[in-house]
Design a protein around this ligand. Structure first.
Ligand code: HEM
Length: 352
């Protein structure tokens, strides 16, 4: 073999390695595991979810003066949705709630159905990409499914059939996550309101009672809400874009009766501190943390957005060829309206 052909062979081999590096890496991991030379890591094996530590809670800052605050920061996008060792036991509680208290914890107003479907797609894409061994997608007869490898559940990701139930998509999404999910939309008065919600672990409220409420009405019980934060929250929601998801966290103090099980600890639609338990032991006092993330859903107008971007780039003769003068004004009007009213998705995660 000449030096030239040897060098060419090496270059070809190198190109193949670079092109298929992911496949080669996964294949070598499988071989090494089969030979017992490599242990599974927690994110790789469905049964190892039990080894994943909970997402760290934000510290309590110890502020000397109380002020109701938005206190939002950029979302840690890699951890939009989280999994941890409590997944299976909390999933059991969530399943029980969805069966026994469905109308209290899950509601979707008719205008939110498209957004709920998009939320399910977003949640599925994220989980399959972030936890590829816990969730997987498959296609059968033109239908796409997501399978939860930890519980064996399987959900159809296609658009709900006309005979389907309105809450199907949001229910599937919230059965996959450890987090609660809500959709807020803009009403005709320009106010955001709760259009759909699967809030299984609420603190002092229920979806059944507050579905359709505006953000302003929702927060009426919060002391000093209207004086100190209401207008900033409205501006915050209007400015939220698909590219700038945000998060905040809060805490509540909860009294846990000695004989309470996980269901009773997590599902607290009433009071967090029962009056009859007014002299609790230190071990009965829990600090309950909630991490809330906020993002504007993009896909409903993504295709439209791409069309608007592309049509701006067309030279005159292309615009004429595509008949832009006939339809562009209407398309732009529709686009601007859609962008201004696109729904926001929020989710809450409870940590005890
Ligand atoms: C889907 C949207 C939202 C829902 C469903 C929601 C729901 C709630 C509920 C039920 C409460 C307790 C009210 C009560 O005591 O009855 C609350 C408290 C509160 N919410 Fe929201 N909220 C939402 C969005 C927001 C946003 C966007 C902000 C600010 C950026 C915010 C900040 C607060 C604050 C500061 C409190 C008081 C407790 C605390 O310190 O966190 N919420 N929220």
């Amino acid at each position: 073999m000449t030096t030239f052909s040897l060098v060419t062979l090496c270059i070809v081999a190198l190109l193949i390695v670079v092109r298929y590096q992911k496949e080669i890496f996964n294949w070598s991991k499988t071989i090494l595991r089969q030979k017992g030379l490599l242990k599974n890591d927690a994110a790789d094996d469905p049964s190892n979810v039990k080894r994943l530590a909970p997402y760290p809670a934000q510290p309590i800052r110890g502020r000397k003066q109380y002020r109701v605050m938005m206190d939002v920061r950029r979302m840690d996008s890699q951890n939009w949705l989280t999994l941890d060792k409590h997944y299976i036991e909390e999933h059991r509680v969530r399943d029980h709630l969805l069966r026994e208290k469905r109308s209290e914890v899950l509601r979707c107003l008719p205008e939110s159905l498209e957004a709920c479907q998009e939320a399910l797609e977003d949640v599925s894409d994220f989980l399959c990409q972030r936890f590829p061994n816990m969730f997987e997608k498959s296609s059968e007869n033109d239908q796409t499914f997501i399978r939860n490898c930890m519980t064996g559940e399987k959900f159809d990701l296609g658009r709900s059939a006309p005979s389907g139930i309105d809450t199907d998509a949001l229910e599937a999404a919230v059965r996959l996550t450890m987090e609660d999910l809500s959709i807020i939309m803009l009403n005709e008065e320009g106010e955001y309101y709760l259009a759909a919600s699967a809030s299984l672990f609420p603190t002092g409220w229920t979806v059944q009672e507050r579905i359709g409420w505006t953000i302003s009405r929702m927060h009426e019980p919060v002391p000093l809400w209207h004086q100190q934060v209401a207008s900033s929250v409205s501006k915050f929601l209007v400015r939220l874009t698909p590219a700038s998801p945000m998060e905040r966290s809060n805490y509540f103090v909860e009294i846990r009766r000695p004989d309470e099980n996980l269901f009773e600890i997590l599902y607290r639609p009433g009071s967090l501190c029962e009056k009859e338990l007014d002299n609790p032991l230190p071990e009965e006092i829990i600090i309950r943390r909630e991490r809330q993330t906020f993002r504007r859903l993009p896909p409903s107008h993504a295709r439209l957005e791409n069309l608007v971007t592309e049509m701006k780039s067309w030279p005159d003769h292309v615009s004429e060829y595509k008949g832009k003068h006939v339809w562009s004004k209407k398309v732009l009007e529709f686009y601007n309206k859609r962008v201004a009213t696109a729904p926001c998705e929020t989710k809450e995660k409870v940590e005890v």
